[in-house]
Ligand binder design. Structure first.
Ligand SMILES: CC(C)(COP(=O)(O)OP(=O)(O)OC[C@H]1O[C@@H](n2cnc3c(N)ncnc32)[C@H](O)[C@@H]1OP(=O)(O)O)[C@@H](O)C(=O)NCCC(=O)NCCS
Length: 276
């Protein structure tokens, strides 16, 4: 983590010198409390894991404290940014815009820079040159224990999973998929027509990516994955009105540069808000 992308700028309003650099492991404890203030529930392990799967966490720091952060995942053709956050008392002074500008400076020459935003923050990204291209929904299961459908089986990660993920989303991301599989379990449709990754996280259990060639079987797979992830599990889906789900929030995908690829006939759920 020693190789920083340090950049210095001076905030117009109060002439404090800020630096945007790559987070070091010693920063993770502070980032846990920064993100906890937003209710995001990350642990130091999550930041370490993110590092291991090829992610980078950037922090905006003045001389004495970290005042903002963002996480980035570079899939080669698409760079995904997430968890943009500025300390509450520091908001409205241009720090969020500066962090985004640094992401654009680092990754903007790639084909695409992409992110998920809640509706309430989408104006901020649009004001910074991002275009909305897709609606998605944060969902949780309705809670009735349905039991696993007969056609859904537990499986191992193999080349077919990586290939389906690439064909559906256009990302080549073996590190992320392996990292997710190590932390969770993989469910497949019998016959190989789809898969789901289940993250049995203590704090934020979730399901995704979920990909299937058949829409109804894809929904079965998603519900089975959410159930396997346990109570309070969530997923980011692309369709309204899937039976058995509570729709909690609307999300938008936004991008700069080329629009990220997605095969809507296969995509049921994204890997998550932070992973795309
Ligand atoms: C979104 C966020 C990172 C912006 O950081 P910031 O340092 O306050 O942003 P800036 O000071 O650079 O804001 C620049 C402009 O965006 C506007 N803006 C900030 N947050 C906004 C929002 N949520 N919606 C619309 N506009 C917003 C500001 O009013 C400002 O406009 P102005 O220049 O016309 O006055 C910050 O509000 C934050 O941490 N929010 C909570 C976490 C969050 O929701 N992150 C986004 C996850 S999708």
């Amino acid at each position: 983590m020693g190789n920083t992308c340090a950049m210095r700028f001076t905030r117009r309003e109060c002439l404090i010198t800020m630096e945007i650099r790559q987070a070091a492991p010693k920063d993770f404890r502070i980032l846990v409390s920064l993100t906890a203030s937003e209710g995001w529930g990350y642990t130091e392990d999550d930041f370490q894991w993110f590092d291991r799967v090829g992610g980078k966490t950037l922090v905006a720091a003045n001389e004495s404290e970290i005042v903002g952060m963002v996480t980035t995942l570079d899939y080669g053709n698409v760079c995904w940014i997430s968890n943009l956050l500025v300390k509450l008392k520091e908001r409205g002074h241009g720090i969020g815009t500066e962090i985004l500008s640094e992401c654009m400076r680092l990754f903007g020459k790639r084909k695409s820079l992409s992110l998920f935003s809640y509706e309430r923050s989408a104006d901020f990204y649009e004001a910074n040159g991002f275009k909305s291209d897709l609606e998605a929904y944060l969902v949780s299961p309705m809670g009735c224990n349905r039991g696993r459908s007969a056609g859904v089986v537990e499986a191992k990660l193999d080349g077919a999973v990586l290939e389906m993920d690439r064909a559906c989303f256009g990302f080549v991301r073996p590190l992320v998929i392996h990292g997710l599989a190590e932390k969770g379990i993989i469910l497949k449709l019998e016959g190989g027509g789809g898969f789901a990754i289940v993250r049995k996280d203590q704090i934020e259990p979730s399901a995704g990516p979920v990909i299937a060639g058949d829409r109804d079987l894809g929904h079965e797979l998603l519900l089975a994955a959410l159930e396997a992830a346990g109570p309070n599990s969530r997923a980011v889906v692309l369709e309204r009105g899937i039976e058995g789900l509570n729709y909690q929030d609307k999300i938008r995908r936004l991008h700069q540069g080329a629009q990220p690829k997605i095969d809507l006939s296969m995509a049921v759920a994204f890997a998550g808000l932070e992973l795309g």
